[in-house]
Design a protein around this ligand. Structure first.
Ligand code: NAD
Ligand code: MG
Length: 383
């Protein structure tokens, strides 16, 4: 039976690649959600005929409503953040794929899980900001959490043998190093938005591309891995793998290391999250070892890349520390993309936020939202 999917964040980089996978395997789309790109949504509606479409930006929702007027079998529209949550909770799909960017994805993740849906998760910010809320809900509602992030998919793939998985000792989380690998603080000082938006191996949304340049992405992924795989931060080693061929590895008690490799193409991990535990043919090219010739490894420089140092401090503090780091980062990246702050300011602001409090202890969803707002206010006050 072909799968039925609700896809949140359908107009983005992961969203459109998820629809490539859906097209290839004839999956049905129950619901689509996006923030504002009406023209892309309209094309997706024409091709996939979803029953529901949630548009978070109210003006964009009205624009889409007008554009669909008179169309036969037009989907029902849901508006605003509430519409996104409603769609995530609706019965109909076999799996909800969350490819929204930022903390805006958290309520949708929780709504999907609490309605009993398996969740394919690209939105790493859900786990970074609300890790214990998300993982507790997954246990309580007995659903599957399927990682889409390439590194976490790799680790998940390496842990499919249950007997070995019990003996997991260490995770080797790989990082491309981003466009500024090897640079000194002085060399980073003048880096602009257009320098930072040139990623060597991956073509991604703007926010995660900046996160890759600052290494915040690897910090967020470290936190994501702690929640997904249950190892403490000091058992997760970040390894720079410049070619983005080794997507991550695990080490077991006998010091055997198992890695997952492939060309850098998100359609592999997206598809695995949708077909797990099965594997289906993929349009992604084979890895050509003869052409590749060599793989290089290096260490990640958290002395220079302060976002990575700040993310490590945040997960060690626990509680709302990662949420505060994430909120500061989302706001700082927003300002950097508007040319209002410099590249090094992102790390300064994220680290300043993390250093400003102890953050420990349990939290509720309201605490997460309050902490996120506080972190954004901190950044605005310290630019
Ligand atoms: P993107 O910017 O290309 O797309 C983001 C999507 O989220 C769009 O559809 C947009 O409409 C939607 N969106 C934005 N703000 C929203 C809001 N407030 N409410 C609801 N929807 C909103 O981002 P992306 O690169 O596709 O990344 C999406 C997520 O996947 C991020 O969490 C990112 O870290 C993660 N991820 C991306 C990649 C990649 O290759 N792009 C790889 C691994 C993980
Ligand atoms: Mg990743």
């Amino acid at each position: 039976m072909p799968k039925t999917i609700t896809l949140l964040g359908s107009t983005g980089s992961i969203g459109t690649q998820s629809l490539d996978v859906a097209r290839m395997h004839g999956y049905r789309i129950f619901g689509l959600a996006a923030n504002s790109r009406v023209e892309i949504l309209q094309r997706q509606i024409e091709e996939f005929h979803p029953e529901y479409v949630a548009v978070v930006d109210p003006a964009a929702c009205e624009k889409l409503d007008a554009a669909l007027a008179g169309t036969a079998n037009a989907p029902k529209l849901l508006k605003g953040p509430e519409g996104l949550r409603t769609l995530a909770a609706m019965d109909g799909p076999d799996v909800v794929l969350n490819a929204v960017v930022g903390i805006a994805g958290l309520p949708a993740s929780l709504a999907a899980i609490e309605s009993g849906h398996d969740l394919a998760l690209a939105n790493k910010e859900s786990l970074v900001t609300g890790g214990h809320l998300v993982t507790d809900a997954v246990k309580k509602y007995g659903v599957k959490l399927l990682p889409v992030d390439s590194e976490h998919s790799a680790i998940f793939q390496c842990l499919q043998d249950q007997n070995s998985a019990k003996r997991l000792e260490k995770i080797l989380l790989t990082a491309s190093g981003g466009p500024f690998f090897g640079m000194t603080t002085e060399q980073l000082r003048g880096k602009t938005k257009s320098d930072a938006l040139k990623h060597p191996n991956w073509n991604m949304g703007a926010k995660i591309t900046i996160d890759s340049a600052t290494l915040m992405n690897k910090g967020l992924e470290l936190i994501e891995a702690v929640w997904l795989f249950g190892l403490p931060e000091d058992k997760i080693q970040i390894v720079v793998q410049r070619e983005s061929i080794v997507h991550s590895a695990v080490q077991f008690a006998d010091h055997s290391v198992i890695a997952q490799l492939g060309v850098p193409d998100m359609r592999i991990p997206i598809q695995y999250a949708l077909t797990w535990p099965d594997r289906l043919p993929s349009p992604v090219p084979e890895l050509d070892f003869a052409a590749l010739k060599h793989l290089s490894f290096d260490v990640a420089d958290d002395e220079t890349f302060r976002c990575l140092a700040a993310a490590k401090k945040a997960i060690r503090k626990g509680g709302l520390g990662p949420c505060a780091a994430n909120g500061a980062n989302e706001e700082a990246v927003r300002l950097f993309l508007q040319d209002k702050i410099g590249f090094l300011d992102i790390g300064r602001l994220v680290e300043g936020m993390v250093d400003s409090d102890s953050f420990g202890g349990d939290y509720t969803l309201q605490d997460v939202y309050d902490c996120d707002r506080m972190a954004r206010d901190y950044v605005k006050a310290h630019v």
